[in-house]
Design a protein around this ligand. Structure first.
Ligand SMILES: [Fe+2]
Length: 349
């Protein structure tokens, strides 16, 4: 089958087979999202997906660059090529692109012949921060990426956790991270406290953030495993969420003074698939990276089956679509905040 002469792939800002409503895609594309760990991008191009967009990452002397993973010459996949001295080389016909996306070499072209000006990569904004590669698909980001000083100021031991994929929408997964009431149930074998009522709490709304704090009884890690009698201790959980999908939780033990922070950023690969990036900062300097990673793995595996099974898979932004209890204060405010960005407008029209 032939496609129209005006190749849609080259004209259209949306990815082919986009699984989002157009307006949702355009809003989400204007935020920064992590797509890889910095150390994943070495001397070869790396293919990732963000909001259904295939993106190639490649390292240059000026840092990591991001572009649409499609060669404008014949629609080849650039990430199947190579990187040579900061130049991305398409593996199909050897076309060479620099970090700005300009084609700087075509082996089959006679020496001295001009390179077609239209032959440019579709570059995206790309930054490295917190050990992650962040991409914004829009020309102009509508908000800065989250500010998390404790990852950068040496106040704790920074422990990156391997990213993992979940077959769930970013919104459902973010809500799960910020949901207190599920902890005694899904996490009864790891850190969940006894099932109990949750005292009303306030959610503080900023321009681009939501924050709340709760006192909870937390299980001393794994003490209830294998049917043992769990031990509990008091903890203060302080959450802050930066729209749309970046959360942090500060977990303080008032008795020992230990502070432990979890950063949890959900990257929307597609409308029903996400990649979760986590960083832990242990201000007590007591934990080993192995123990932290093993614990996060257990907790994430406790959450994933339920989050992947939620129906509908996307977060309903019309509050009438699901039933809320006072413990869901944060979920309710989160849904309101996403709706205020304009998300869900087409779904609820
Ligand atoms: Fe959970």
């Amino acid at each position: 089958m032939f496609v129209p002469a005006k190749n849609q792939q080259q004209q259209e800002s949306l990815p082919l087979n986009c699984s989002f409503e157009r307006s949702d895609w355009e809003i989400l594309a204007s935020f920064w999202h992590p797509v890889a760990n910095s150390d994943e991008v070495t001397d070869a191009p790396v293919r990732v997906h963000l909001l259904d967009m295939p993106v190639v990452l490649f390292r240059t002397p000026d840092g990591i660059k991001a572009a649409k993973d499609v060669c404008m010459h014949r629609g080849g996949q650039l990430s199947l090529g190579s990187v040579c001295n900061g130049i991305l080389v398409c593996g199909f016909h050897g076309f060479e692109y620099n970090g700005e996306g300009t084609c700087v070499g075509i082996p089959a072209l006679a020496k001295g012949s001009p390179i077609p000006k239209k032959l440019r990569l579709k570059n995206f904004q790309c930054r490295e921060r917190y050990g992650l590669v962040w991409v914004c698909l829009a020309d102009q980001a509508r908000a800065e990426m989250p500010e998390w000083p404790q990852i950068e100021d040496g106040s704790g031991k920074v422990i990156p956790v391997p990213s993992y994929e979940i077959r769930a929408s970013a919104g459902r997964r973010v809500e799960n991270f910020n949901d207190i009431a599920h902890v005694p149930f899904l996490h009864r074998d790891s850190f969940g406290g006894p099932p109990t009522d949750i005292a009303p709490y306030e959610v503080v709304s900023g321009d681009n953030t939501l924050a709340f704090k709760v006192d909870i009884l937390e299980q001393t890690r794994y003490s209830g495993e294998y049917g043992g009698k769990p031990a509990y201790h008091s903890s203060v959980y302080s959450y802050e969420l930066t729209l749309p999908f970046a959360s942090s939780a500060k977990i303080s033990n008032p008795e020992s003074g230990d502070v432990y922070r979890v950063y949890d950023i959900v990257s929307p690969v597609s409308s029903d698939r996400s990649r979760v990036f986590q960083i832990v900062v242990d201000e007590s300097f007591k934990m080993t990276p192995e123990a932290v990673r093993a614990f996060n793995d257990v907790v994430n595996k406790e959450d994933s089956p339920q989050v992947e099974a939620q129906s509908p898979f996307d977060l309903p932004l019309d509050l009438r679509d699901e039933i809320h209890i006072p413990a869901d204060r944060m979920s309710v405010e989160y849904r309101r905040k996403l709706a205020a960005l304009g998300l869900g407008a087409e779904a609820y029209r």
